[in-house]
Design a protein around this ligand. Structure first.
Ligand SMILES: Cc1cc2nc3c(=O)[nH]c(=O)nc-3n(C[C@H](O)[C@H](O)[C@H](O)COP(=O)(O)O)c2cc1C
Length: 479
């Protein structure tokens, strides 16, 4: 996984620091938003027809029609999780952070090194829209080239993208590592450049003939009746390019990336400029930030310098996670910081992240901190119903809890979609079962016998065993 480890999912919820929020009533805020009566900072009061979101957001990203979205969640937010979220009302999703070098090292078919991750993050068919691709890296030119590759979905040759990244001469071959340090293989930027008489001064690129290959699959090989098909077509792309300046995983080989850029505003800004310049103007770029690297005044100043630069360079919005990089995922996020940030920046599109555990938190963050929108992260793992509840509250209705039949249907469908994502693995069923265990721990929380159900899910390693748990504990459902 690119950014985080699964263990962080276990971090218990902490209430955010939000003094004075007690007087806010989530239900009322949601209903006002849904009726188009909310005053969006800098965005005007609704519009005709009434919108439940700052009108600047759907103008940038058609379809992003509600003020919340599914965050990038490394190890979770693959096509399967995204599609389940969307079917429950989530209007927009972000992929997990992809390392620029992993993208550039993709080679033919993205099939080298640890590229299961890339497969998980390609747009998952017509239903998986609109979608942001999030990238993370250390060198401006590599980030720019990988941003283009992501947006273009490899309409040029791999060689062409590497030539963009290394026009001033390729660096020496290095180890290709995950942020935690695990080595996936070697990354040799010169590989393939000698083919077809490559000229590193020549930026013209040929179109890859296989670029439009349709990779539709039947995600449930065990079911003869499954009509579900997940189509991954290169004609679909990302609608937004998101730069990660937030990931807390430690530096690799002394190079900054993710949140470590918050210690180096000049370096961060060089990356932001290179990416914005490279990505076609009609594709909005956005940035994910932490509120600072740590709580020293110098680092807080760094945050503000980078934050200001984002908008000057032309980034559409920032998503600010209201914890420091040093905090990782532990301890409270500071919604009061987000509120101050909004007060100083009344017109900017700012999305908030941190301690959004329940549907009420979505609307409380909007009202308390004046956020344009809210990133739902750990609060939606095993809980896609948070999006349905948010839509219900915006329609002035009470949020509904998932019934047992609804839970069963989602558990079965998420497993089927997850199999689609692991289809090229040597043992797709086992890989899916491993993946789904992480979700099931959270899904089980909705069941009246949550401890027992959780224990059962943890030992599952096949489709048949998954179904057996559903039959035993979610039996009063059809499906
Ligand atoms: C397991 C895990 C993986 C994450 N992966 C990413 C990621 O790839 N990209 C990203 O921008 N944020 C990532 N985050 C951060 C979340 O998007 C979010 O900002 C953070 O969890 C704070 O929100 P929460 O307290 O409501 O969970 C990750 C968080 C967790 C727990």
């Amino acid at each position: 996984m690119s950014c985080e480890t699964a263990s962080r999912n276990a971090t218990p919820p902490t209430p955010a620091i939000r003094p004075g929020a007690e007087s806010l009533v989530a239900r009322d805020i949601a209903a006002q938003i849904g009726a188009g009566q909310w005053h969006w900072p800098g965005g005007g009061k609704g519009s005709a027809p009434a919108l439940g979101i700052d009108p600047r957001i759907p103008a940038l990203v058609p379809g992003f029609d509600a003020p919340f979205f599914q965050a990038g969640l490394a190890g979770y937010s693959d096509g399967a999780m995204r599609i389940i979220a969307r079917r429950h009302g989530c209007p927009f999703c972000v992929t997990e952070a992809l390392l620029d070098r992993t993208l550039l090292a993709g080679g033919r078919g993205f099939d080298k090194a640890d590229l299961g991750e890339l497969r998980d993050n390609v747009p998952g068919g017509a239903e998986d829209n609109p979608l942001a691709c999030q990238i993370m890296g250390s060198e401006p030119a590599e980030m720019a080239a990988s941003a283009i590759k992501a947006i273009e979905q490899r309409t040029r040759t791999d060689k062409a993208y590497r030539m963009m990244a290394y026009r001033d001469g390729p660096p020496a071959a290095t180890a290709l590592r995950l942020p935690g340090g695990e080595q996936l293989g070697r990354f040799d930027p010169t590989e393939g450049l000698e083919e077809a008489g490559a000229d590193t001064d020549n930026w013209s690129c040929s179109v890859e003939e296989a670029g439009d290959a349709d990779t539709s699959i039947d995600p449930d090989p065990t079911s003869s009746t499954s009509s579900l098909r997940l189509s991954v077509s290169s004609s679909l792309s990302f609608q937004v390019l998101d730069v990660n300046l937030a990931c807390p995983v430690k530096k690799i080989e002394k190079k900054s990336r993710g949140g470590h850029w918050l210690t180096d505003p000049r370096g961060a800004i060089a990356i932001l400029e290179a990416v914005r310049e490279a990505v076609p103007a009609h594709i909005p770029c956005a940035v994910k930030l932490r509120r600072s690297f740590d709580d020293t005044p110098e680092m807080v100043d760094n945050f503000h310098a980078i934050f200001e630069a984002c908008y000057k360079i032309g980034y559409a919005w920032t998503t600010v996670h209201a914890r420091t990089v040093e905090q990782k995922y532990v301890g409270p996020s500071r919604w009061d910081f987000l509120r101050d940030l909004r007060a100083k920046n009344p017109d900017k599109l700012i999305l908030g992240s941190g301690d959004v555990w329940t549907v009420d938190d979505i609307f409380l963050m909007i009202a308390y901190a004046g956020m344009t929108g809210v990133s739902v992260a750990r609060g939606c793992i095993g809980n896609p119903w948070i999006f349905r509840q948010a839509r219900e509250m915006m329609a002035g209705k009470p949020p509904s809890q998932p019934t047992i039949p609804e839970q069963r249907a989602v558990l079965a469908e998420h497993f089927r979609l997850s199999l689609a994502c692991t289809r090229r693995f040597r043992q797709p069923e086992q890989a899916t079962a491993m993946m789904m265990r992480k979700f099931a721990i959270r899904f089980a929380a909705h069941h009246p016998k949550s401890d027992e159900v959780r224990r059962k899910f943890i030992s599952v390693s096949s489709t048949a065993q998954w179904r057996a748990v559903l039959d035993e504990h979610y039996a009063d459902a059809v499906g």
